[in-house]
Write a protein that binds this ligand. Structure first.
Ligand code: AMP
Length: 292
């Protein structure tokens, strides 16, 4: 990730009161706002969302907030990387205008009581393994959407279930921000970029490559015309089996909209994998388009 900069540093707001009036002026000037919510430890995947926002909107806002309510008690909230200066430089290089960098107390002040729950979608798959995770995500994204008031907000396909939860929540609550989902950026070896990849040792990284390799194999079989779902599922699980150091949590092919089980390959499907490599949890997915 290049850090040398000849760009204008973004305007950093740590409080809601410091951000909202500035964005109100932007709106009053008739300018459109593109918003990229992140937890920081920015990589090229995040930058691709900023670039898309830059290309489609007049003003780009990025939030950097490691949201405590989406982490379980035994998860990595405390050790999650927080490289503030590098992140701000990356935002500057990407042409971001405003960075919202709140404290936990700014988002959840004493007496905070309100949460957003997207029923059903929040309790399966990632939500079953990480109880309360999507409640935390939907709550913080609702708050950020209301604070920023963006025309468009950009999310990665990398977190497939998350974008479904956010699209559903935005529709159900009539939030007038258009949610745009962007492709997953990968390292040249295929590993989906993630802030958590920094936790991996070189050997663990090699082990983790089995995830994208197995997903790619399924996509290749599908594109070659294979429509027998049981065979495709076997391909996925067999290519993840017996890999030392890889503990698969789920490897599934499900409906791309509901994430429910399917028996025929008529609609858009998604292959989803979650696995642990050492102490690090990795997720990845690839879409199976019937017409591709
Ligand atoms: P995070 O900082 O992990 O909460 O991610 C912030 C946003 O970046 C989310 O919308 C993610 O889906 C997206 N994102 C994370 N990794 C990637 C990637 N490899 N490619 C594209 N988008 C990504």
């Amino acid at each position: 990730m290049p850090t040398a900069s000849n760009s204008t540093p973004p305007d950093v707001a740590e409080s809601i009161a410091g951000l909202v009036p500035k964005l109100a002026l932007v709106r009053r000037a008739g300018k459109s706002i593109g918003f990229v919510p992140t937890m920081g430890a920015l990589h090229a995947g995040h930058v691709s969302l900023m670039e898309r926002a830059r290309a489609e909107c007049d003003i780009v806002v990025v939030s950097i907030f490691v949201n405590p309510t989406q982490f379980g008690p035994s998860e990595d909230f405390n050790r999650y990387p927080r490289p503030r200066e590098t992140d701000l430089q990356i935002c500057g290089n990407a042409g971001v205008d405003y960075v919202f960098y709140p404290t936990a107390g700014e988002i959840y002040p004493p007496g905070y009581r309100t949460y957003v729950d997207v029923e059903g979608l929040s309790t399966i798959l990632e939500g079953a393994i990480r109880p309360g995770h999507f409640r935390g995500v939907a709550t913080v994204v609702t708050k950020l959407f209301l604070i920023v008031g963006a025309n468009r907000a950009y999310f990665g396909q990398k977190d497939y279930q998350q974008q479904l939860v956010i699209r559903t929540m935005t529709r159900d609550l009539n939030i007038p921000t258009k949610v745009i989902v962007c492709p997953t950026l990968r390292d040249p070896d295929g590993l989906a970029m993630s802030s958590r990849n920094a936790y991996l040792s070189p050997a663990e990284r090699t082990t983790g490559l089995a995830i994208s390799r197995s997903l790619k194999l399924v996509v290749q079989r599908f594109q070659a015309g294979e429509r027998d779902l049981e065979l495709l599922r076997t391909t996925l699980s067999a290519s993840l089996a017996n890999i030392e150091g890889l503990a698969v949590e789920y490897a599934l092919i499900v409906d791309g909209t509901t994430l429910e089980d399917v028996t025929s390959a008529g609609q858009e499907l998604v292959a989803l994998v979650a696995a642990r490599v050492g102490k690090t949890r990795l997720i990845d997915n690839m879409v199976l388009q019937p017409d591709s």
